[in-house]
Design a protein around this ligand. Sequence first.
Ligand SMILES: CC(C)(COP(=O)(O)OP(=O)(O)OC[C@H]1O[C@@H](n2cnc3c(N)ncnc32)[C@H](O)[C@@H]1OP(=O)(O)O)[C@@H](O)C(=O)NCCC(=O)NCCS
Length: 164
Amino acid sequence: MEQKSWRESYTELQRLVLPADTNIYNALYGGRLVEWIDNVASIVATKHSRRRAVTGSIDSLFFLSPIHLGDIVIMSGRLNYVTRTTMEIQVDVYSEEGLTGVRRFTTTAFLTYVAIDQDGRPTPVPGLLIEDEETKRRFEEGAKRSEARLAQLSRVRESHKNEI
Ligand SMILES: CC(C)(COP(=O)(O)OP(=O)(O)OC[C@H]1O[C@@H](n2cnc3c(N)ncnc32)[C@H](O)[C@@H]1OP(=O)(O)O)[C@@H](O)C(=O)NCCC(=O)NCCS
């Protein structure tokens, strides 16, 4: 299987927070942000694999600062790590005040996408080209997170084994 650079799938997306995106406190709904994050990661997964890809898991989603009506939400998605059929994508989120340009870090999320074939079965994805020290560090950290995630996945599967 070929190897591809993270640059081929790197994705940036910016959204203006409109009234329909906010709660009664004029702050962005958490669920709306998760939707946007998933959308960014979905583009990364599709560009890297050129396969159908579904969200397998989302982890480490901490909301560190509120995003307000009229703010600009700036998201970037980068592929960190791949296994045979999965891709771990890191989405970093910042908010920017439209009138002042003040920027705040909001969250980093790690999403794992699984590439699937026409029958919905996991299918192989290209490898990730390790082209520099940062890519290597991200890959190694992704491998550690993957190990922890799979341990958690098997605990969840075990406790619901007759219901999935
Ligand atoms: C994700 C899905 C395709 C996995 O299918 P599966 O037959 O259970 O997959 P397997 O157990 O054979 O695992 C395939 C690979 O995916 C990984 N994996 C499976 N489920 C995963 C999950 N939830 N999170 C992260 N990785 C997962 C496995 O570790 C394995 O990795 P590998 O490349 O190292 O082999 C299946 O569980 C599914 O369709 N889930 C619903 C997805 C969906 O609808 N998402 C939208 C949000 S509701």
